[in-house]
Design a protein around this ligand. Structure first.
Ligand code: FEO
Length: 114
């Protein structure tokens, strides 16, 4: 269910939020999961955790700055995904679906509001 997951797993213009920093960071999330799928090493997982953590912090900062009303609920979703990654042994299909559906189903809600 939900939005279709691109294969190969790469960002495309259908994911565009029109915030340059956000779009660039979303590309890094796609790359991080793509790389973890190819190489399930600790290094790949650590890199994915790093780019995810940085993106969520920056995105939440944008929401703070613009006093975006949906910030608390949005941050809870971020925290839950961070917790999944922190457990290790990441289900790649889950991660792909989460990122695709989070961007199109949740992040898109702030388009034009930040
Ligand atoms: Fe772009 Fe809410 O993550």
């Amino acid at each position: 269910m939900g939005f279709p997951v691109p294969e190969p797993f790469c960002w495309d213009v259908s994911f565009r939020t029109f915030y340059t920093m956000v779009d660039d960071q979303h590309k890094c999330l796609f790359n991080g999961i793509f790389n973890l799928a190819k190489d399930s090493s600790d290094d790949s997982l650590n890199e994915l955790q790093r780019v995810v953590g940085q993106h969520f912090l920056d995105e939440q900062r944008l929401m703070d700055t613009s006093q975006y009303a949906g910030k608390a609920a949005h941050q809870k979703l971020h925290d839950d995904f961070i917790a999944v990654l922190a457990k290790g042994n990441v289900d790649i299909d889950y991660a792909k679906n989460w990122v695709v559906n989070h961007i199109k189903g949740v992040d898109f809600g702030y388009k034009g509001c930040l």
